[in-house]
Design a protein around this ligand. Sequence first.
Ligand SMILES: Nc1nc2c(ncn2[C@@H]2O[C@H](COP(=O)(O)OP(=O)(O)OP(=O)(O)O)[C@@H](O)[C@H]2O)c(=O)[nH]1
Length: 764
Amino acid sequence: MSKIRVYEYAKQKNVQSKDIIEKLKTMDVHVANHMSMIDQAALTKLDEAYNSKAQKDQPAKPKNQNQLPKTDKNRNNSGNDTKSNKKEVQKESNMKIKKETDNRNSSQSKSPQTQGAKPGNSNSQNAAKNNNSKNSNNRNQNNNNRNNNNRNNNNKNQNRNKQNRGGGSQQQAPQKKVLETPSKITFTDTLQVGELAKKLNKDTSEIIKKLMGLGIMATINQELDKEAIELIAADYDVEVEEEIIVDETEFENYEVVDDEKDMQVRPPVVTIMGHVDHGKTTLLDAIRNTKVTAGEAGGITQHIGAYQITNNGKQITFLDTPGHAAFTTMRARGAQVTDITILVVAADDGVMPQTVEAINHAKAAEVPIIVAVNKMDKEAANPDRVMQELTEHGLVSEAWGGDTIFVNVSAIKGDGIDDLLEMINLVSEVEELKANPNRTAAGTVIEAQLDKGRGSVATLLVQSGTLNVGDPIVVGHTYGRVRAMVNDLGRRVKSVGPSTPVEITGLNDVPQAGDPFMVFADEKKARQVGESRFKKQQDAQRKESSKLNLDDLFNQIKEGEIKDINVIIKGDVQGSVEALAGSLQKIDVEGVKVKIIHSGVGAINEYDIMLASASNAIVIGFNVRPDAGAKRTADAEKVDVRLHRIIYNVIEEIESAMKGMLDPEFEEKVIGQVEVRTTFKVSKVGTIAGCYVTEGKITRDSTVRLIRDGVVSYEGKIDALKRFKDDAKEVSAGYECGITLEKFNDIKEGDIIEAYIMEEIKVK
Ligand SMILES: Nc1nc2c(ncn2[C@@H]2O[C@H](COP(=O)(O)OP(=O)(O)OP(=O)(O)O)[C@@H](O)[C@H]2O)c(=O)[nH]1
């Protein structure tokens, strides 16, 4: 044999081809792959290397290296190893043979090697891998080798016994084979005992025993946690790797760790918070007007939910929705977009309840706060008081030895704005805000709405990467391709980097503020992820609504007779949906309340209808219409869908529906009195009373009571009311009529018949 291929040689030596390739490399022999030929010269060198290594590794049994089994600490550690193992093995084999006949034939048939060679093979691979392992290991291995040989022999005996017991009727009794112990196993989340045994090529009972040794009483189907899996595997000297399955549909949970060298400084994203009327909007406007229009001639500012300014060459992004509602909505949805909070406090008013709330929100989100003491132009302005009051909430001004930046401003006059912006730049430098612009974009929805002409329109804040026109994108549970991008100046842009707000079109539905977005490699993937997110969201909401109903049931039991009117609101913009929801929830008609079980922006879809059907709700579309699927489903499910364009009309309609829902209250209203002047008995008809209407009128459908001597002797319905021979609907005072009463014939001359109706009392 002058030449041999790498893999053949590796096989001979029971090592991996890559080890041979590596070895050859150290000998300056370069081969391309496992199929490459090793020439004679290299072969000699290799032989020398491997033979000497084998000698070093196996001083006790140099020739037997191919059969070295794997280390098995457990077996060695047990005091009466060989003996107890024998027993164990015998028992195991008894159980195992049948199982292996059933289950393992296929795997056995794949392995042509004899049972002795097989474990040896893997073990010497391991031995080769663990070249540096200490001699003690070798001792263990030798012990194990002996143990395993015993075991193998036992297995063989068992096989023979089994064959004999089987009376030879089984044509080919299975050959018991000890499958190789893998060097590494992988698992996801957990493994059942049986699964672990299979992965380790061990018998389940063996694993169960080992677990017992660890104090874990387990059955074959018991789930093992990572720790237990690792302990057992370590016992066999098997490496364990946990496979984390990355679910692309939950991309908000991704943490893409960028290389530090790819990170670039990005503008800060600033939110303005503070108490009502302390000047948040005025301040936002002041910043925008002084910086945006001055710097960007020709730009027409667009309200897209956020804007960017440039101050001293540095950009700052402002979220344009003042107040902490936007901030908390975002946070509630798991989005953290704000880097810096400007806390506006009116110098003439001081710290107010919402100031404290804002502080708490910012603190909870661990966002640095800059205090803007506003309305400094006012005579009553008292910035020291503001400082004092804020100290009580943990915001101590730098002037007083703390670390909170305070800037005095007048939003109305534009005073102090530059200082404020300067401070924002300063804080942002300290915060070292960075992002990698050179990857696919990801970020958060700032605002979204349905536009009549453009369809779904969403303002996205790019938080990392660069967003381009044409990018396949998943936004919340919607997806699409970025059709067009418009910035806060109303200009069309082709690509935007981190911290930039941009309004996009091209989504299949309207996402919600706070939703995460992510760009995907291709549209198919985006669609797949988007659809699966949509489904997940539906399922979650369905669960949520069923929870709501349960709560509701509980409340009803608790609160007695309270009834709820379930409503689903869909509207064209978040603002009107919220306004409508707010107004409806305020309606309270005698304890009946509106319960908004779902609301959202966008057309009424099939899901809304299904939810309405399941929870017995009315669907209100405000400036939106049901899509085709929704219409069909609404018809099929008999769901009431009301479409409106005016909020007042919705409220009125719901209010009257609620009034209708109340148990009507009735009161009795006497409409007339009749005197019985004579009676006739007619067979099959009964007693006919010849009467005269003395007061008011009597109608065919009125209820009557018969009064005799001031006592009510009958109360019931009129059977027939006649004027002469004809049926009459009603007979008024001053006229005669004939009356028969339902199931009552004891009418006498002189009786008074009082007619009344039950009238519903209208709820105001
Ligand atoms: N004198 C004076 N008035 C101001 C200043 N800033 C705001 N205002 C006035 O304060 C009032 C409230 O201002 P807004 O900007 O609407 O306050 P806000 O905090 O946005 O109020 P909400 O949106 O209701 O929470 C308005 O009448 C403003 O003109 C200021 O610096 N000086």
